[in-house]
Ligand binder design. Sequence first.
Ligand SMILES: NC(=O)c1ccc[n+]([C@@H]2O[C@H](COP(=O)([O-])OP(=O)(O)OC[C@H]3O[C@@H](n4cnc5c(N)ncnc54)[C@H](OP(=O)(O)O)[C@@H]3O)[C@@H](O)[C@H]2O)c1
Length: 248
Amino acid sequence: MTLAARVVIVGASSGLGRSIGMGLAGRGSRVAFLGRRLDRLQQAAAEAGADAFAMTCDVREGASCATAVELACTELGGADALVYCAGIGPLARLVDTTPEVWRDVLDTNVVGAAVATGAALAHLAVGRGRAVYLSSVSASLTPPWPGLGAYAASKAALDKLIEAWRGEHPEVGFTRVIVGETIGGTGHGATEFVDGWDPELAAELFPNWMQRGYLTGGTVCIDDLVAVVASLLEVDADVPTVVITPRP
Ligand SMILES: NC(=O)c1ccc[n+]([C@@H]2O[C@H](COP(=O)([O-])OP(=O)(O)OC[C@H]3O[C@@H](n4cnc5c(N)ncnc54)[C@H](OP(=O)(O)O)[C@@H]3O)[C@@H](O)[C@H]2O)c1
């Protein structure tokens, strides 16, 4: 089994994407770190090693996102894997979720994934490559969490999108990774997912999530998530779905 040599990670400036990028680079992959914050990406690439590089990409901007992913694949000399980690989950009750927020969530979590995949597809197809997407327990294992309705709807759409890609392009391995609560790595490797949340609303909703059993208090160890993604990039088998959640 050989680890994918050339990997494009979209959403690699913080949290899970950054940690996955560092972990894959540490295992010998050449990694392109993509996202909006160039300083963060450059820092990650420098830490990852000489061959890694950074590239700015706002996945909500269709044409420039496609160009960035295409450029990253070309710079790598081809791509064996795309790992799509870009994602946002604004905290708001549905009644307070504006059309602008809906668009932002869907553009980032779904449309961006479609555009990035389309841009990498020809490269991935050359060597039976793989595309991996981070999805959420709240889209498939639990009912949608109150306050995260738009997020759950977007991840459910992402799940269907991945199935649709698989149907049209069997030459590429498409995998969704359903991830339970993960704090991430250290420093910029820590998740920033909740950073913009209204603390009062979060404090109101948190006990409800606990009571419903959606949150257990445990978290997935980032090294475990990295190991799972790395193993996906080593195998040729069809692996439609992987679930990784905290152990009770
Ligand atoms: N942490 C968890 O417990 C958990 C659980 C299940 C699933 N997930 C999923 O894991 C993924 C990563 O989450 P995280 O916890 O690591 O959160 P995070 O620290 O906030 O990371 C999100 C990443 O997405 C990038 N991003 C956001 N908007 C973007 C845009 N418009 N264009 C390009 N990149 C964009 C961010 O980079 P820039 O801001 O620099 O663009 C950042 O690198 C998300 O898809 C999330 O839904 C996380």
